[in-house]
Design a protein around this ligand. Structure first.
Ligand SMILES: Nc1ncnc2c1ncn2[C@@H]1O[C@H](COP(=O)(O)OP(=O)(O)OP(=O)(O)O)[C@@H](O)[C@H]1O
Length: 726
């Protein structure tokens, strides 16, 4: 506390002797530069990283404000600062996973992600703050995966792996990452950053959760690898004192660099015995000057820090190292071939990512089986439970005829007994029962039904009483339309069979004057299942692909895996293509199983080309993957991603005419329905399967065209969102 108070006093006296202090500071800066230059081995004055006037904000929150930082070549740079001051953000800007809003960054001679530059790529080893490891991988899988991306041969990877397992004191290399302790996982993550012997190491808190002995060993290794002068390291740590081993430290606060220089020089300048005290003094001085200037704009400490030290360049740290902020930004150029190569996807990376997905699938056999079987289960449930004939429908029968040869008995015998269960009752019991919900209908016959019906059949003119008495009277509970319709249909069919039985060739005399000829397409027995299934197959394929894609990407981003792969040199396009190809494998198996079930088990007809059927379903799967990519590009959190995927499920299912014909949708909504990915596609699939149509028919090619259109739109949208958000 005494020291803190002294620091505050010193800061207070700064204002009264401003000129004097300024001169002293300049002198100190000169001394610092001299110290740093003296610490540089000959020929290493070049800088590995240069940040000039770097600004970066998240929305309205300014995280980096005119930050200047220089990491000399062949040095360890310890970046220190309190939690939330912007260290991780700065590192992400340096490796290129975040774009800066203003300023200039040069990493190993060029801006990050510059065409033809290997940053991100092989030149940089990045250990993010998150563990960023695949839990289903073993240590060996993890290092092999990054080895593949960096283009190491299997032999090189093995040699490095053996060294790193030994050096980082890792468990057996066949241990699963998910079974490792927190500290062991961090060491695997560090191993992945060190794997390819990069020229630049960017380590975000590599020693958190690591025991002091291993921490010392890691620092010793870092000091050793920089000795050659080829490797430069920037490291953040919460253990401020361990940064004394760094060649240069940068003290950061509220998005600005307060000081930068060799640790001893920083401590000397602030008459502090430890780096922690030096940092405390710097903060106090910064606060003093800030409050003296009265410049406390709203927006929190990040903005306050911009007004550090009155009368000097705000962006300049107290102890600048290397070229000043005013240095001109160099211009870079790359010819079109390099630019084209930079944009084109690398098959090596795509293959590495696909192998990664396959290895993960292999490690999760339960989940893979579920993925394969889920669509089959869903479509089986649809075929079994939707559109079939109701069974054992309870119907009350009030028959006032008693004779065993009565027509009423004969007619009732033609009623399908498996679907209609007849319960003979008295008039009162029957109506009590239907009012109590025990029966779906009451079928009534008058006592003269047989004689009246005979008269109706034989005589040209009959009275109204004869017509009424010779009719079957039916009272229905129409609250369930499907059951009521089935009862009506069964009664009509029973009557038709009865008439044919009684009148034989003369039955046409009592037939309705409407004759349904052989159907042009489909069969007379077509049920609702036949209508629903094609659309359901498309919808199932689409949604499973949406779910898998959206969730896997959101989770990978959340765990820092996407960033880590990007820094290793994998582009967003390569990630998307690899995901698309590996998902295509899953979709293909799903589709084969789906088709086997609907065509062979549930015997749905397919009059058209099986190739067209398969291609259309695969394209719908790709639409699902593309839509999943849009969700994962736009949404960071898995809960929101889930909600987005589920949120569109029901409206899309209803509006696409999958469970009920589009013709029933009222007009303003019909336009939306027509634009949806599955409306015309379902229609096209029905046309192929039931009408045997090919691509020459508009209703078929329109389904393909709309699906391809959506695929393109979703993929472009996902790419644009990813670009805008990086
Ligand atoms: N994706 C983001 N969206 C919005 N704000 C963010 C985001 N990432 C970081 N921030 C904010 O930016 C500020 C700096 O965060 P950053 O992670 O760079 O700090 P840090 O110095 O690395 O902290 P720590 O030492 O705790 O890791 C914090 O206020 C944080 O809340």
């Amino acid at each position: 506390m005494a020291e803190d108070a002294a620091g505050l006093d010193a800061a207070a006296s700064t204002g009264s002797a401003a000129d004097c202090t300024e001169m002293e500071e300049r002198q100190e800066e000169e001394n610092m530069k001299a110290d740093l230059e003296a610490s540089l081995p000959a020929g290493q004055e070049a800088s590995a990283i240069q940040c000039r006037d770097v600004c970066r904000s998240y929305g309205k929150l300014n995280v980096l404000s005119n930050l200047n930082l220089t990491v000399p070549q062949g040095h360890i740079y310890g970046l220190l600062g309190p939690s939330g001051c912007g260290k991780t953000t700065l590192l992400k800007c340096i490796v290129g996973t975040l774009k800066i809003s203003r300023g200039h960054i040069s990493v190993l001679g060029k801006p990050p992600a510059y065409p033809g530059h290997d940053v991100p790529g092989r030149m940089v080893g990045y250990m993010p703050q998150e563990l960023a490891l695949y839990n289903e991988f073993t240590i060996s899988d993890t290092l092999t995966f990054f080895g593949r991306i960096h283009g190491l041969t299997a032999k090189e990877t093995r040699a490095r792996m053996d060294f790193l397992v030994d050096f980082l004191d890792l468990p057996q290399k066949h241990s699963l990452v998910r079974n490792l302790s927190g500290g062991q996982k961090r060491r695997v993550s560090l191993g992945a950053a060190l794997l390819q012997n990069p020229e630049l190491l960017i380590l975000d808190e590599p020693t958190v959760g690591v025991d002091p002995v291993l921490r010392a060993k890691i620092w010793q290794h870092l000091l050793e690898i920089v000795k050659t002068g080829r490797v430069s390291i920037i490291i953040t740590t919460h253990y401020i004192e361990e940064a004394r081993q760094a060649n240069v430290v940068g003290l950061m606060r509220s998005g600005c660099l307060l000081a930068e220089g060799p640790p001893d020089a920083v401590m000397k300048q602030h008459s502090a015995a430890t780096l922690e005290h030096a940092f405390l003094r710097l903060c106090e001085t910064s606060d003093q000057v800030g409050s003296k200037r009265g410049s406390s704009p709203p927006g929190g400490p990040l903005e306050n820090s911009q007004s550090f030290e009155s009368g000097r360049d705000e962006s300049r740290p107290i102890l600048a190292v290397g070229p000043g902020a005013a240095q001109e930004v160099p211009t870079y150029s790359a010819d079109w071939k390099v630019r084209a190569r930079h944009v084109l996807p690398k098959w090596r990376n795509i293959a590495a990512l696909m192998i990664k997905t396959l290895v993960r699938m292999k490690r999760m056999p339960g989940s893979l089986c579920f993925q394969f079987l889920l669509p089959v289960i869903q479509v089986s449930l649809i075929c079994l439970c939707i559109g079939g004939e109701p069974n054992e429908i309870q119907v009350a029968v009030v028959n006032n005829e008693t004779s065993p040869s009565a027509y009423s008995r004969s007619l009732l015998s033609f009623l399908d007994n498996s679907s209609v269960h007849q319960v003979p009752l008295s008039h009162a019991e029957a109506f009590d029962g239907i009012h109590n919900g025990e029966y779906w209908g009451v079928i009534g016959f008058g006592e003269n039904f047989t004689s009246y019906l005979t008269k109706r059949m034989m005589q040209r003119q009959v009275s109204r009483e004869v017509v009424d008495g010779g009719s079957v009277h039916v009272w229905l509970d129409l609250t369930n339309r499907q059951i009521a319709l089935m009862l009506q249909k069964n009664l009509h069919e029973a009557f038709q069979t009865f008439v044919e039985n009684k009148l034989g060739s003369l039955s046409y005399l009592v037939a309705l004057p409407i004759k349904f000829e052989e159907p042009i397409y489909g069969s007379l027995n077509t049920d609702f299942t036949t209508f629903v299934t094609p659309g359901a197959v498309l919808s199932i394929t689409f949604y499973l692909a949406v779910g898998l894609t959206a969730l896997s990407f959101v989770l990978e981003r959340k765990e820092g895996l996407l960033d880590r792969c990007w820094v290793a040199g994998v582009s967003s396009l390569e990630t998307m293509l690899a995901h698309l190809f590996s998902q295509l494998f899953v979709i293909s198996v799903q589709i084969v199983l789906l088709l086997l079930f609907i065509l062979l088990v549930f015997k749905l007809p397919n009059e058209g080309s099986l190739v067209l059927v398969v291609v259309l379903i695969v394209l719908q799967g790709i639409t699902g993957i593309s839509f999943g990519l849009v969700i994962s590009a736009a949404i960071d959190d898995e809960q929101n991603a889930n909600q987005a995927a589920l949120g569109i499920f029901y409206p899309n299912l209803i509006l696409s005419g999958i469970i009920w014909p589009v013709e029933c949708i009222p007009y303003p909504l019909r336009y939306i329905s027509m634009a949806l990915p599955q409306t015309y596609a379902s229609e096209a699939l029905r046309c192929i399967m039931y009408r045997g149509w090919g691509l020459s028919r508009m209703m078929v090619w329109r389904g393909f065209a709309v699906t391809l259109g959506w695929n393109t739109f979703f993929l472009v949208l996902a790419t644009v969102i990813l670009k805008l958000r990086s």
